[in-house]
Design a binder for this molecule. Structure first.
Ligand SMILES: CC(C)(COP(=O)(O)OP(=O)(O)OC[C@H]1O[C@@H](n2cnc3c(N)ncnc32)[C@H](O)[C@@H]1OP(=O)(O)O)[C@@H](O)C(=O)NCCC(=O)NCCSC(=O)CCC(=O)O
Length: 381
């Protein structure tokens, strides 16, 4: 499969064909390659960059209106990755193209410029009204649409919201104002196809703490999904109507570099030492869903979820659910999206480790997708 830049992603597995010469990945066990054993979606979820130049590339789906084109080929013998990689893969016995769509038929993609708000609204087919979601990613910046496209394919009106590094928004994670996010919520709630009077929000990583802030400071946000985030407001000051929430900083001296790969796990300061950065979620009239990858190497997400929950419990609140996933790293994507353990980062100009092992991480992506959709359906009314 090629990404929009032309970087090839590939995966392979070894099977023993049956007497009719057939291989059925839904039933048969892989004997080797990118995964072993029975894992029907292993070939799709196991994609890795095929070129050594882009060894640590993360797969970003940028063009959600066109499906991924996956070329599936069968080769004689149990070949190595090198034999199978472009530009000169070994000859195949048979091949077929498999299309993987991000937008169900009838889903609408609507670029949004509303006041200061920059993003893309995805609407399901039909008159609605649909539960509205503000969907945010993290330190990657720009505008990532693929989760919202898939949420709309499952009945949500989802606003993929950019907050830096896009259009006329700030270039980097410096400072935000809650009014930006209020305007995004206002946009959703003014739309005729969106269920009123409340919305939900999803955020991963830096987007996770933003999701907590939206639920705390914007009364219409009644459901917040936090994926591998922090309980404190990370890095960028958040201006509020009365006062501000300072950003929890990184201690760069605690960055570790092993074999040229950056490990940031120890670098984010401990929120307990900087209570002024902690988001007062106990004040929120909203429900929280905490989704934690237990081998997140980017952030100590389990600690941060535990601290958030402790704060809710101390205030006598039970408005939360938490799910923790073994073998799961930081970059939790939609089901069967290729997952990346380590990815190149343009800020460090080097790869950064995010953690996770392939099979449990991919299985968690599916469970998380089902859990978060159920949660949002329950609490957005
Ligand atoms: C993916 C990239 C690299 C893409 O950058 P750009 O859009 O500027 O485009 P680009 O021109 O393709 O790449 C910029 C420069 O990086 C180089 N480059 C890109 N990918 C590379 C790779 N895999 N290996 C080596 N070099 C690479 C290009 O050659 C180019 O170099 P020249 O300039 O020399 O030509 C960037 O967006 C990035 O680093 N994003 C952060 C990725 C990430 O994983 N973040 C996770 C944060 S964790 C998180 O927040 C989770 C939630 C979330 O995802 O937000």
């Amino acid at each position: 499969m090629k990404d929009i830049r032309g970087v090839h992603f590939m995966s392979y597995a070894h099977f023993i064909a049956n007497d009719e010469g057939k291989v059925d990945v839904s039933r048969m066990e892989s004997q080797g390659g990118h995964y072993k054993g029975h894992f029907p979606m292993g070939l799709i979820g196991g994609f890795k960059p095929a070129s050594s130049e882009f060894k640590y590339a993360r797969f970003f789906k940028r063009d959600v209106e066109t499906p991924n084109e996956v070329k599936v080929s069968v080769h004689e013998g149990h070949l190595s990755e090198e034999d199978l990689c472009p530009p000169d893969p070994a000859p195949h016995l048979a091949w077929v193209t498999h299309l993987r769509h991000y937008m169900a038929p009838g889903v609408k993609r609507i670029p949004v410029r509303y006041g200061k708000v920059r993003g893309t609204l995805f609407l399901p087919q039909g008159p609605g009204p649909f539960p509205g979601v503000v969907d945010m990613f993290g330190g990657t910046g720009g505008l990532l649409e693929y989760r919202s496209a898939q949420l709309a394919s499952r009945g949500f009106a989802s606003l993929a919201l950019a907050f830096f590094g896009y259009d006329d928004l700030p270039k980097s994670l410096e400072e935000f104002n809650i009014t930006y996010f209020e305007e995004a919520v206002e946009f959703l709630l003014k739309h005729e196809k969106i269920l009123k009077p409340n919305v939900g929000t999803i955020g991963i990583s830096k987007g996770g703490d933003l999701a907590l802030s939206l639920a705390t400071y914007i009364p219409e946000v009644k459901a917040a999904v936090w994926i591998n985030g922090c309980n404190a407001n990370v890095q960028s000051t958040l201006q509020l109507h009365h006062g501000k929430l300072p950003g929890l900083k990184y201690d760069i001296s605690k960055l570790q570099v092993v074999d040229g790969v950056f490990d940031t796990c120890e670098a984010l300061l401990n929120p307990e030492d900087y209570p002024e950065t902690i988001i007062p979620i106990e004040k929120a009239d909203a429900n929280f869903l905490f989704l934690v990858g237990l081998v997140d190497r980017n952030w100590k997400s389990e600690l941060y979820a535990d601290l958030a929950i402790k704060r809710l419990q101390q205030a006598g609140r039970d408005n939360y659910e938490v799910h923790k996933y073994e073998g799961t790293g930081h970059l939790i994507e939609c089901p069967y999206s290729p997952y990346a353990h380590t990815t190149y980062h343009s800020v460090t100009r080097a790869p950064v480790v995010f953690g996770g092992t392939m099979v449990p991480h991919l299985q968690a992506q599916l469970q998380i997708w089902n859990t978060l959709r159920k949660f949002l359906t329950r609490f957005i009314r």
